[in-house]
Design a protein around this ligand. Structure first.
Ligand SMILES: Nc1ncnc2c1ncn2[C@@H]1O[C@H](COP(=O)(O)OP(=O)(O)OP(=O)(O)O)[C@@H](O)[C@H]1O
Length: 304
């Protein structure tokens, strides 16, 4: 059982601050590292895997510094975001070569075990170039697992996958977490993270925005005020009806963009608007979320 600890860590590239004074602890099981693009997730993963030195603060595994510590590297497996595979090589040869690079005493047996873990035994003798995106991702995982690390780090593992491949990979990540390993994967999609991870760490603009159980974070996200843009046959009358109804916290009539409405009761609001419009004889042309971009969700989280 291993514990990763990031303590007061910052990392900058020139004058870009990619990670800003982050403290977090990652224990056994599956943790999702959630954040929008450019939040600092890859930088954090590279700090945890020993590829980058922190500019300040410390990154440790079970109390031992990770940077420049080959003893610790043996306990860590990294699945990078980029492809890093050789199309002409068979899956089997690729994993065995990785086992040999690790200096493992029985590379063939280690490769067999890793391929079995990721359920790639059957396809292992085929060239990597013939694999689907999902199979390639599993081969990358086998290569990260070949030396039997207690920590597995995955950078955006679900990128570019179709829904079936995504479900298979989710099962696999859960299985590896259930073996008692410390598994951390990054993603910018909340739904993805909440399906796999029992614990979530959220980073926004290099800062630590939230941490904990996904239900808690989901609530933080769904309880935030939602803004909608509405266009109807009579925006003024609809605005009056919405104010009278009382389930909106703000209504603004904008001659150019129609009606801008703010509500905290998302479910109630989406049921109420069509009913209210129908009873006032108003036709709805469009009800669209005005702030559904992930950026705004994360911005809300960091403010709360
Ligand atoms: N080698 C580098 N040199 C300069 N700036 C960098 C470098 N690597 C990352 N950055 C910057 O640091 C910030 C964090 O980048 P990082 O790749 O860690 O974020 P991310 O959350 O993984 O984003 P993405 O999902 O887009 O990869 C960004 O502003 C990025 O432009």
């Amino acid at each position: 059982m291993s514990e990763l600890r990031i303590d007061g860590v910052s990392r900058w590239y020139g004058n870009v601050v990619a990670v800003n004074n982050i403290t977090m602890t990652i224990g056994p099981g599956v943790t999702g590292l959630l954040g929008p693009n450019g939040a600092g997730k890859s930088t954090l993963i590279h700090l945890m895997s020993g590829f980058l030195a922190p500019s300040t603060g410390s990154v440790t595994l079970d109390g031992a510094k990770i940077w420049h510590n080959p003893e610790v590297y043996r306990k860590i497996g990294l699945v990078p975001e980029r492809e890093a595979l050789y199309d002409a090589m068979s899956g089997w040869k690729f994993i065995e070569a990785n086992a040999a690079l690790h200096g493992l005493p029985e590379p063939r047996e280690a490769a067999r075990r890793a391929l079995e873990t990721v359920e790639m035994t059957e396809a292992a003798s085929r060239p990597v170039g013939t694999y689907s995106k999902g199979m390639k991702q599993r081969i990358k995982m086998a290569s990260a697992l070949v030396h039997d690390p207690s920590v597995l780090l995955l950078d955006e593992p679900f990128n570019g996958m179709d829904p079936r491949q995504r479900l298979q990979l989710m099962d696999l990540i859960r299985k590896i977490g259930a073996e008692g390993r410390t598994v951390l994967f990054s993603s910018h999609i909340l739904e993805e993270v909440e399906q796999v991870a029992s614990h979530i760490e959220v980073v926004v603009s290099g800062r630590h925005a939230a941490s904990g159980d996904f239900r808690k974070i989901r609530r933080l996200m769904t309880d935030r005020p939602h803004r909608y843009a509405i266009r109807s046959s009579d925006d003024r009358a609809l605005a009056a009806a919405l104010i009278a109804d009382g389930s909106c916290s703000g209504v603004q009539l904008d001659p150019k963009n129609g009606l801008q409405v703010q509500t905290v009761h998302f479910g109630q609001f989406s049921r109420m608007v069509p009913r209210l419009a129908a009873s006032a004889g108003i036709r709805l042309f469009e009800v669209a979320p005005a702030d559904e971009s992930l950026g705004s969700v994360f911005a809300y989280l960091i403010e709360s």
